[in-house]
Design a protein around this ligand. Structure first.
Ligand code: URA
Length: 264
């Protein structure tokens, strides 16, 4: 019974798969595994569940700088939202893709006034391919509805990475840096009136701010990137999954919602 309770608790905490932080080829020779070197796949032409070539993935993923460069080239070329989505789906440079079931690109109205950037897809999002479709998404929808905003009309939602990190861990700095060119182009193609960064990962990836959310929230920041002709007003607030754990902070998140309402 104690074992069952422990397992149940782990599943509730998001540790619902028996895997590590990085995906590994356990069929590779033990010597390669031990040194942690990039492992050549057994069948070079074998495609994974996303239709990606394992060899291409292995090469790109061996170098975060190479992967980020490749993402930048692909993002530069994407002239429309459809082209950007196709580029993200075709991209093989982020190791998270190996362990994820689905690419989670975006949800909501591409003509929205508000674009929300969260952290990373979770278990529900990985199953459905839709950002914020689990419990934290339900809270986010409620918060937005309280100021009259809905995904169907005024809101567009995405994340700092497009694939679920194993066990719901936080994406690493390398993983967010690799996906950043796509996120930057995403924001430029949507051109929202206001950007809402939910949680510390989005704040550090997009604004390079690493202070706590309690320090960062409560004011508007100008967000700029290479694809934008002018800065976008940006608000930083608590991530809804944090608010689910710390409901007392909803009072401050409500103030953030009111600030959004006054800015749009
Ligand atoms: N948390 C996030 O940051 N993004 C999602 O899409 C789901 C949960």
């Amino acid at each position: 019974m104690a074992t069952y309770a422990l397992l149940k608790w782990q599943v509730e905490m998001g540790a619902d798969e028996a895997i590590g932080n990085e995906s590994r080829n356990y069929f590779a020779a033990p010597s390669l595994r031990a040194t942690g070197e990039a492992i050549q796949p057994v069948h070079e032409k074998e495609l994974d569940r996303h239709g990606s070539s394992s060899l291409a993935m292995t090469k790109l993923q061996a170098s975060p700088a190479l992967a980020a460069g490749s993402a930048r080239e692909m993002a530069d070329k994407a002239a429309t939202l459809a082209e950007l989505e196709a580029a993200v789906r075709a991209f093989d440079g982020c190791a998270l893709k190996k362990t994820a079931s689905k690419t989670v690109f975006a949800d909501g109205n591409p003509n929205a006034a508000v674009m929300v950037i969260g952290e990373a897809p979770g278990a529900q999002e990985d199953m459905q391919g839709i950002p914020f479709c689990g419990p934290s998404g339900a809270l986010l929808d409620k918060m937005l509805a309280a100021i009259g905003l809905s995904r169907a009309e005024q809101v567009y939602i995405s994340n700092t990475v497009f694939w679920r990190p194993p066990g719901n861990r936080q994406p690493s700095v390398e993983e967010t840096a690799i996906c950043l060119p796509f996120v930057e182009k995403h924001i430029a193609l949507i051109q929202p009136k206001l950007l809402l960064l939910a949680g510390g990962t989005a704040a550090s990836s997009l604004l390079s701010r690493t202070e706590s959310i309690s320090r960062l929230r409560g004011k508007a920041y100008p967000y700029q990137n290479a694809y934008l002709t002018q800065p976008i007003q940006t608000i930083i607030t608590y991530h809804p999954s944090y608010l689910l754990r710390q409901p007392a902070q909803k009072r401050l998140a409500w103030q953030d919602m009111l600030m959004i309402q006054s800015l749009i």
